[in-house]
Design a protein around this ligand. Structure first.
Ligand SMILES: *[C@@H]1O[C@H](CO)[C@@H](O)[C@H](O)[C@H]1NC(C)=O
Ligand SMILES: *[C@@H]1O[C@H](CO)[C@@H](O)[C@H](O)[C@H]1NC(C)=O
Ligand SMILES: *[C@@H]1O[C@H](CO)[C@@H](O)[C@H](O)[C@H]1NC(C)=O
Length: 319
């Protein structure tokens, strides 16, 4: 072969290789696959979401970016905060990637997706703010100020056959939607396949795991035949006659009912409830959605609890 022929051959090979790479990249961006049921479209959206119909929608990192996280939680690394350097956007997205294929933040199109992120963070902000620092930005600026309860007033160890307390382990509040009590650490640990009953401290050592624990609580019903907070929020849940009679209806209010029961709900317009609603609405504003899109059934002032006493928290906040 002459020199020119060699160069031409090489060029052809390079161009062909580039085309293959480009095709692969394109496929990776929105890889559409047919599900088992031929009518159900499932998609892969890179490392963040794969193998589900929910991955056909935009992933969370496309809609909610690092600057928005920094805006919502702008004071969390201030020197007087209590978990400096712990919480970050990367941990949030890494945790979300586990739940996005199940519909977390990927259900219903952009508006609903943004609302769900605001709702989820509304709970977190209200539970982890060091709220009395109203002078500097107000309570809304101080979400993710804590990652654990500072001065536990009890030992949160209850008799439980399935999840007995482990010697030396403390079950005070930890995480973003704080987890209290041995049985809750046990249950959430089972859900995440991490031994939180023996190692509750993981939730104050690993932000990804702490966010995963919150998302698991958001995505999982407390009891069979009850909705998860996610289902109640995005409208997957159809209330029964009994639910309607007891004023439990889809919306943000029901998410508080599921996560906190009678500590927050069915007690009228108490501060503890109003506060969580305010965080949600404030985040809707900050994310550019606007509180006018808070949705129906925003509060749970008149809702009977799904379950008589709180599944995952106690009256004390994480402070
Ligand atoms: C994806 O978003 C569209 C709107 O853009 C929505 O109609 C659809 O229900 C969403 N898919 C899922 C699985 O929620
Ligand atoms: C944090 O937890 C996640 C989820 O269990 C795990 O994949 C990761 O390795 C942990 N990180 C560290 C530093 O232990
Ligand atoms: C309806 O609610 C009441 C009171 O909470 C409960 O005792 C009853 O079992 C419920 N009925 C059904 C069908 O779930």
């Amino acid at each position: 072969m002459g020199m020119r022929a060699k160069v031409t051959t090489l060029l052809v090979i390079v161009v062909a290789a580039a085309a293959v790479v480009a095709l692969l990249v394109l496929r990776a961006a929105t890889d559409e696959v047919k599900g088992k049921d031929k009518n159900e479209k499932i998609c892969n959206a890179g490392w963040e979401c794969s193998g589900s119909k929910y991955c056909c929608n935009q992933t969370i990192s496309k809609l909610f970016q690092v600057y928005q996280f920094e805006e919502l939680f702008k004071k969390r690394n201030s020197p007087i905060a209590h978990a400096v350097g712990f919480w970050d956007y990367h941990s949030f997205i890494t945790a979300a990637s586990v739940f996005e294929p199940l519909g977390f933040g990927t259900t219903g199109g952009k508006m609903m997706q943004m609302k769900e992120i605001a709702a989820f963070f509304g709970h977190i902000g209200a539970k982890t703010t060091c709220g009395d620092m109203v002078v500097d930005g107000g309570p809304f600026a101080w979400g993710l100020c804590y990652n654990h309860e500072m001065s536990p007033k009890q030992d949160y160890c209850a008799k439980d056959e399935k999840y007995p307390c482990v010697d030396g382990a403390d079950y005070y509040g930890r995480g973003a939607i704080p987890v209290y009590w041995n049985y809750n650490y046990g249950r959430i640990g089972d859900g995440l396949k991490v031994d939180l009953l023996h190692h509750p401290e993981y939730l104050e050592q690993n932000a990804t795991l702490a966010f995963m624990a919150s998302m698991w609580q958001w995505m999982t019903p407390v009891k069979e035949k009850q909705p998860s907070a996610h289902d109640a929020f995005v409208g997957n849940w159809k209330p029964t006659k009994n639910d309607t009679a007891e004023k439990r209806l889809p919306g943000f209010g029901a998410t508080m009912n599921i996560l906190y029961g009678d500590i927050i709900c069915g007690n009228g317009y108490i501060d503890a409830m109003n506060n969580i609603v305010s965080f949600y609405q404030n985040y809707l504003d900050e994310m550019g959605v606007g509180r006018e899109h808070s949705g129906d059934n925003l509060d749970c002032a008149e809702q009977k609890p799904f379950n008589p006493s709180a599944p995952s928290t106690t009256p004390s906040s994480s402070s």
